[in-house]
Design a protein around this ligand. Sequence first.
Ligand SMILES: [Fe+2]
Ligand SMILES: [Fe+2]
Length: 191
Amino acid sequence: MLNLAEETKPEWVERAVHALDEVLLDHAHCEKKAAGGALRLLFSYPDQDFLQEQLAELAKEELTHFQQLLGLLERRGIRFERQKPSRYASKLHALVRPREPHRLTDLLLTCALIEARSCERMKLLSEAPIDAEPRAFYKDLLASEARHHQVYVELACQVEPEDHVRARLVELARDEAKILETSGPEPRLHS
Ligand SMILES: [Fe+2]
Ligand SMILES: [Fe+2]
């Protein structure tokens, strides 16, 4: 259960298949950012002990994914380099409510939605007509990205009552779908 408001359109898959190397490079950046996002929460909330263990584990997994992607890029002869990022994450971040405990809830839920969208699109790529190695890689990653989504939602449910969290997740998921609709033409995991 990924809690997304809208499914990815087939046009995205078509674009991604035709620009797979660019998507893979973007994906490498996304994994590194996912690790950084989890670490940032650990640094911002050192007093919230329920976050520490699970987010440390999650950050480790994301870094492992990042390393796997570096290997994949190398085998495809793609240099890891800076890339024009999509505005997706910063637009999502702008929705975070400023006051606690809502701020922490929203930070966790926006991470949950990023994980959900990654997972949804990895599934699409694992079924798309692309080379065998990236296809198998995407298939491998699915389970852990779905679990990351779940972990973030469950952590949010420890911050505020579950019904509030679920209602907020529905709202943010609608916003997430709108953000995707208005994102740029670059073939990105989140565009
Ligand atoms: Fe990951
Ligand atoms: Fe993840």
